[in-house]
Ligand binder design. Structure first.
Ligand code: IMP
Length: 198
């Protein structure tokens, strides 16, 4: 079976193919499927935004489509930046500017936080599969580590005494919100394909 990934990120395509090839599922890019879909992420939850993206690409391509939406939820900020993680502080900021702003806004505040990832797959027959992964942690007092992207240098794992940016990609994948969501999605997809005998 072929799935289209609703994303322009080639790294996500490789990651998803690594996990789903064992199921005999091939994931292709929007370009491979001959579509180029821009979706406004207008939802207020990760579930809504991943559904918006997957449904738009499924409708444009006529093929099952899968999308993920993720972000950082900070307890002291009532779950912000959440679905706004990529846009926190407005368009003038880059990844470093965003985590610096977060550190600034958290001065003197409790540090609890979690990363969340939701993966949604929409099928042309109307079926939808959704899987969620969460990774609990805290917000460090200063950035540490060079790896990863986004808020990784300030996302601290008390059990490992390291930030996400101090882990190898394999170590991060084993415990991350996205790794958990993708593995949960693969399990649900395998059960779905078995039921449908695809
Ligand atoms: P998305 O691509 O719309 O899901 O946006 C996710 C945003 O959340 C990214 O741009 C990052 O700011 C943040 N984010 C999600 N996952 C991670 C992660 O694993 N590390 C660091 N930042 C992340």
């Amino acid at each position: 079976m072929k799935l289209v990934l609703a994303s322009k990120n080639p790294k996500k395509l490789v990651e998803l193919n690594e996990i789903l090839s064992a199921l005999g599922v091939e994931v292709c890019s929007e370009a491979d499927a001959g579509v180029d879909v821009e979706v406004e992420e207008t939802g207020s939850t990760f579930e809504e935004n991943s559904l918006l993206k997957a449904r738009a690409v499924m409708e444009a391509s006529g093929l099952p489509a899968v999308a993920d939406d993720s972000g950082l939820c900070v307890d002291a900020l009532n779950g912000a930046p959440g679905v706004w993680s990529a846009r926190y502080g407005g368009p003038g900021l880059d990844d470093t500017g965003r985590y610096r702003l977060l550190l600034e806004n958290l001065r003197g505040q409790p540090r609890g936080a979690k990363f969340v990832s939701v993966v949604t797959c929409c099928f042309p027959n109307g079926d939808v599969i959704t899987a969620r992964g969460e990774c609990p942690g805290t917000i460090a007092f200063a950035p540490m580590g060079e790896g990863g992207f986004g808020y990784d240098p300030v996302f601290f794992l008390p059990g490992l005494k390291k930030t996400f940016a101090q882990l190898s990609p394999e170590e991060k994948n084993a415990i991350s919100h996205r790794g958990k969501a993708l593995r949960a999605f693969a399990e649900k997809l395998a059960a779905y394909l078995k039921e449908k005998e695809v």
